[in-house]
Design a protein around this ligand. Structure first.
Ligand code: ADP
Ligand code: MG
Length: 366
């Protein structure tokens, strides 16, 4: 088990990168602590696999350092880094039995035969493939093959970390949920540093204690699921996490706050102070659908809005409203009654109205 530190790390697949857009990983510093269960979450193409392959040694970073427990490993081969990696598609030996496939990484590491037997049995039980141990891998279903592939990653006890690169892609949806729970259980049982790559927020938050959200080659936030929900550090996190995602509105400065169209939104004094010191005109406010308040009657700080659409999702409703040419989504309780075309009253609670300048959250200084 190791702490994995990425120091001024950047990677371009191009030999002569001209600008930031030529980088798959833009310069970043990051630490994956010992024993943590982490997810690396982001859309396709944002650099997740590149980051995992840099950690495992399959890719040499063009800039920066990879440190395991403070020691530089840039020049170490994947084998010498002692990392297990599980890929999107099964990597197994078709001509071997399941048992032989699972035993292979241990044999390679000269683990005593008796221990190999115990360990293979243990992992096969966890993954529920005990009855397949003596089957040839080529006769397995796609699901079973991927389970064996995962088993090959999990079987070694001496690894510094296990990296999973979207391992459940080929798995049937019902099994997916079960295997995700299994991985979490394995993490608790064996206390290994695990980094789990996915583009699915639900998958990330069921597996990980802490999630790194990646966007365009950068880690834009590293936090607990609650932190990502309540304090998205970047507009992308606001938009990507949650369903539906955060409402984001382009605004201009005005006295006491910001404005869009003829609608003024008062900000908190510390937000205004920050804003007055920054020059950028890329200013947005963001508020999650869960935090907007809707009522049938006006109040002192409410805005009149028109209901455009409403979706009943059983225990709650998503109401689409228009405020000054801005469409907003609001999550309300199931008992909130309204109709398309009605006028309702909307309030933006100041503590949940986030301010973004150049896409990053303006935070209150402690
Ligand atoms: P993700 O795993 O998040 O989908 P990747 O790390 O695979 O993202 O890719 C990040 C970026 O790097 C993408 O723009 C992709 O096209 C590019 N890329 C990935 N692998 C290579 C490669 N071997 N050669 C050149 N470009 C690559
Ligand atoms: Mg990938």
């Amino acid at each position: 088990m190791a702490e994995i530190q990425l120091k001024s790390l950047a990677h371009s697949y191009s030999k002569s990168p001209a600008g930031p857009e030529d980088y798959a990983i833009r310069q970043l510093d990051h630490v994956w602590h010992k024993g943590g269960a982490y997810a690396l979450l982001g859309p396709s193409g944002c650099g997740k696999s590149t980051m995992l392959n840099i950690i495992s040694g399959l890719v040499q970073p063009s800039e920066g350092e990879v440190l395991f427990d403070g020691k530089r490993v840039n020049t170490l081969s994947p084998r010498d880094r002692n990392i297990a990696q599980v890929f999107q598609f099964p990597v197994i030996y078709d001509s071997m039995t399941v048992y032989e496939n699972l035993a292979f990484p241990l044999k390679n590491n000269k683990v005593p035969a008796a221990r190999i037997k115990e360990r293979v049995q243990e992992i096969a039980e966890v993954l529920e493939i005990e009855d397949k141990l003596h089957k040839k891998a080529k006769n397995l279903t796609a699901d079973e093959k991927q389970k064996v592939s995962m088993g090959r990653g999990l079987v070694r006890e001496d690894v510094s970390a296990i990296l999973f690169d979207e391992p459940l892609t080929v798995i049937d949806p019902q099994l997916k949920w079960k295997l995700r729970r299994k991985l979490k259980q394995i993490h608790e049982q064996f206390d290994i540093t695990m980094v789990y790559v996915t583009h699915d927020q639900l998958e990330a938050s069921t597996f990980a204690d802490k999630i790194a959200v990646m966007y365009d080659g950068q880690i834009v936030q590293f936090g607990t699921p609650t932190e990502l929900f309540e304090q998205p550090n970047h507009t992308f996190v606001g938009y990507f996490i949650g369903s539906p995602g955060m409402n984001l509105i382009e605004v201009e400065r005005c006295t006491g706050g910001v404005r869009f169209g003829s609608t003024e939104v008062a900000l908190q004094s510390w937000q205004n102070e920050h804003l007055s010191r920054l020059e950028s005109v890329n200013v947005k406010i963001g508020i999650r659908p869960e935090f907007i308040e809707l009522a049938g009657n006006p109040s002192e700080s409410s805005y009149e809005v028109e209901v455009l659409d409403m979706e009943d999702l059983g225990t709650y409703k998503i109401v689409d409203v228009r405020l000054d040419n801005q469409n907003l989504k609001v999550r309300v309780n199931e008992d909130f009654e309204t109709e398309v075309g009605s006028l309702v009253y909307l309030a933006l609670p100041p503590q949940w109205t986030m301010l973004y300048v150049d896409e990053f959250l303006i935070q209150e200084q402690p």
